[in-house]
Design a protein. Structure first.
Lengths: 250, 166
């Protein structure tokens, strides 16, 4: 079985199509493995080599990777939900109800998106606390810590803007309360609230604004920051594990 | 590089020593970009501030004064306003909590207005009794129309001691 699979793979590798996509031989040596990572758009910003220590579960409990996986899950389920959702009143509420009770597997997708979002906030916080208590913010990781703080903010804003979209009482009051917190800012508070809501009350303008923020602007910012965040992990010398110096200090 | 540029600057007898043509053009470009950026920010702010709002009217008729018995507090749910009638007259108190904008409830058994969100409590005059609310509930301008109906303007707040005598 394995041999026939291997021979099939080898035959595939000799085809012109395969060679046009992967312009290299099999990754058998360290050099060809490096070339394989460098030459792939989706892998090139990852390290070609990592310390064994930083692959241990206890190194980071994969919290960052799990947050990223949840982000991907939320993008996929979110895009699927968009096919049945109108960001307008009162359609939004009815569409949410339809997704729960009428659309096939709608309730499954909606709950995946909803629970996934809760989990992502939890994991992002856990990730932050873990990095903090392990001292992962110390040089040379300071800049990546700052990027991480912005990613936390983007996660919270995504969560908050998504909270309005079901357009039910919970959503309405959560956003009423939240935007009144904005207006407590000195001088500019009420102006910022007016622009954020597109009016004086949480109405159709607010729903549309939160929708655009939730499905376009914030995800784009998140993707950009995630890219920088992952790339900096490699540039800053891998995960938080560092060899000890002569004094025994890490 | 800098020697030659300084020399050429001197050749052209420019009054500002040390400022090369490249520096000058760089500053001009930065300034232009800054002006364009500020203008863009202002235009964006204007774009995001709607000029026409499709929101409920802030002025409403509250019906005939006889609808409200003396010494009563009536909650108008749609307008989020309490119409209070005392022996001295009428006033209209906002039902929106000054803390974070939740709608408060009238509790006749304890004679107070209570917010369900964070526990602020007010007297029927809107004065704060306890809780996180920073300000008392505002009083709205209330008057009587020619045909004898109460009319409340929620854009106009008045002093708490002003009462409409009927």
């Amino acid at each position: 079985m394995a041999t026939s699979l291997q021979s099939a793979l080898e035959n595939l590798r000799t085809t012109r199509v395969w060679k046009s996509i992967f312009r290299r031989g099999p990754a058998l040596t360290n050099r060809t493995r490096s070339v394989a990572v460098f030459g792939n758009l989706f892998l090139h910003w990852l390290p070609v080599k990592v310390r064994e220590k930083s692959l241990r579960v206890r190194a980071a409990y994969y919290l960052g990777s799990l947050s990223f996986l949840l982000f991907l899950l939320l993008v996929v389920t979110g895009v699927l939900l968009m096919f049945y959702y109108h960001p307008a009143a009162p359609n939004a509420y009815h569409d949410m109800k339809d997704l729960r009770f009428v659309v096939s597997n709608g309730v499954f997708l909606r709950n995946m998106h909803r629970i996934g979002a809760h989990l992502m906030v939890l994991l992002v916080f856990w990730h932050m606390f873990h990095v903090f208590y392990r001292g992962g913010y110390k040089p040379p990781h300071e800049f990546n810590w700052v990027v991480g703080v912005f990613l936390l903010l983007v996660t919270l804003f995504l969560s908050y803007t998504g909270y309005l979209l079901p357009w039910d009482q919970l959503a309405f009051w959560a956003v009423t309360v939240g935007t009144n917190i904005i207006s407590a800012m000195p001088i500019v508070g009420s102006k910022v609230r007016f622009v954020a809501l597109g009016g004086n009350i949480v109405g159709e303008n607010a729903l549309l604004r939160f929708y655009v923020l939730h499905v376009v602007i914030l995800p784009l910012v998140a993707v950009l920051l995630i890219g920088v965040h992952f790339w900096r992990v490699q540039k800053d010398g891998g995960l938080t594990v560092r060899p000890k110096d002569h004094d025994g200090k890490s | 590089m800098s020697d030659t540029t300084q020399k050429s600057a001197a050749d052209h007898a420019i009054a500002m020593p040390g400022l090369t043509r490249r520096d000058f053009l760089g500053e001009i470009t930065l300034g232009a970009l800054g002006v364009a950026g500020l203008g863009g920010a202002a235009l964006t702010y204007q774009y995001f501030s709607p000029n026409v709002l499709f929101e409920p009217s802030t002025t409403f008729r509250a019906g005939n004064p006889d609808l409200y018995p003396v010494n009563s507090v009536t909650f108008l749910q749609e307008q989020q306003v309490y119409i209070v009638r005392t022996s001295s007259g009428f006033y209209a108190v906002s039902a929106v909590c000054t803390h974070l904008g939740c709608v408060t409830q009238w509790k006749p058994e304890t004679n107070m207005i209570a917010c369900p969100c964070h526990g602020s409590k007010f007297t029927p005059e809107g004065k704060k009794l306890e809780g996180p609310a920073p300000r008392p509930l505002p009083h709205y301008a209330i008057s009587i129309t020619a045909d004898g109906e109460l009319i409340v303007d929620k854009l106009q707040t008045i002093k708490a001691d002003q009462v409409l005598k009927v």
